[in-house]
Design a protein around this ligand. Structure first.
Ligand SMILES: *Cc1c(COP(=O)(O)O)cnc(C)c1O
Length: 364
């Protein structure tokens, strides 16, 4: 008899799972502390939570027995007003993660590949592999800028798309307009993931008028504090958007996410003042991290900061932080040996991170 596993497609059988963030209770249990003591800085989440208007709107909304609008009319109109682009160029998704997946399912077949400047966000490679595609990783240079020449040189006849984040996760730096134009000139699909746009203010949206192969991604997970409700969007050529609307699962964005998005946009003044506070805290945290001997700090345009810990001590220091209930994202890849990424949280959280790091780094 055949094993049921043998029926799986080979590329699915070999898939490595994506390493997401754990729930608060799991983290607390690991550290042996109560959940409210956990300092959760490993997912670039918003420390202020959602807008209070979101909580109100969800609390009073009555029609959860109805399906959401498959054409996303209200949603796309509200996003169109926020972004200043026509609604017909916008598709909303279950987080920007779903947009990454949809773009790949539209363009990438088995045996084809995408090119990604690395280190970068893990979902591009993960979702490409789910499609049976291959990933060509092109290392960024020593200051984590995209190596344009090498990225263009990596493209072949089977390359369908280039994926990049700006600001990039986990390095925090933006890509220049010149760099993105050079990639767009190759004619391949270029996905510019602007998940952290609100923390830096630099966007490639105006380039959509010039390039039909550009796709810009945004999300409400980080700046608007809606990570748990899953709402993101893509902006693209109207023809591609129409195709994406026709191939997506009909009710991909749930009604709670839609209600929350509308309430967030209505209360954007509050949300953007919180973004301003996070940017201010990013500056303060960067300065304090730079004071710790042996730590190299990378300047960031997003809501997190990448640091290199003293050589060979990444794991030990990361684990020391976990025992104190401080959870950062730890990297130990060849490109990011001994690196951690800390989300920018509340000032008191920063102070605890700095105190713990100072102590751990100072006691080898
Ligand atoms: C967090 C993150 C995402 C995921 O956003 P969702 O809308 O929550 O799916 C996408 N891209 C990058 C670069 C991220 O850091």
């Amino acid at each position: 008899m055949t094993e049921v596993r043998d029926l799986l497609l080979p590329h699915i059988r070999q898939l490595k799972t994506y390493d997401g963030v754990d729930p608060m209770e799991v983290m607390a249990q690991q550290a042996g502390i109560p959940p409210e003591k956990v300092i959760r800085l490993n997912g670039n989440e918003n420390p202020f939570g959602p807008s209070p208007e979101v909580v109100k709107a969800l609390g009073s909304f009555q029609r959860f027995n109805h399906y959401p609008d498959p054409d996303q009319r209200q949603l796309r109109d509200a996003l169109s007003a926020y972004l200043g682009v026509p609604a017909e160029q916008i598709v909303a998704g279950n987080g920007s993660d779903e947009l990454i997946d949809m773009v790949l399912r539209m363009f990438l077949g088995p045996g084809e590949n995408i090119v990604i400047p690395t280190p970068t966000f893990g979902m591009y490679a993960f979702s490409a592999e789910v499609c049976g595609g291959k990933v060509k990783a092109v290392p960024r240079n020593e200051i984590f800028d995209i190596d344009i020449e090498a990225t263009v040189a990596a493209l072949d006849d089977n390359s369908k798309a280039i994926f990049l984040a700006s600001p990039n996760n986990p390095t925090g730096n933006t890509a220049s307009e010149g760099a993105i134009r050079a990639l767009l000139a190759t004619g391949k699909i270029v996905v510019v993931d602007e998940t952290y746009y609100e923390f830096c203010g630099q966007t490639m949206l105006p380039l959509l008028d010039e390039y039909s192969n550009l796709v810009v991604l945004r999300t409400f997970s980080k700046w608007a504090g809606l990570a748990g409700l899953r709402i993101g969007l893509g902006v693209m050529d109207p023809d591609i958007a129409l195709t994406m609307m026709s191939m997506k699962s009909p009710y991909n964005v749930n009604l709670a996410a839609e209600v929350a998005l509308i309430a967030s946009l209505d209360d954007r003044t509050t949300l953007l003042s919180r973004v301003e506070a996070i940017v201010k805290e990013r500056k303060r945290m960067t300065g304090m991290l730079e004071q710790i001997p042996g730590i190299q700090v990378w300047p960031s345009q997003a809501n997190f900061i990448l640091c290199r810990l003293p050589e060979g001590r990444g794991q030990e220091i990361f684990e020391g932080l976990c025992r104190r209930g401080i959870f950062l994202r730890y990297f130990n890849t060849p490109q990011l040996r001994d690196y951690v990424r800390a989300s920018v949280g509340l000032p008191e959280e920063t102070d605890q991170v700095i105190a713990a790091l100072t102590e751990l780094v100072g006691t080898p």
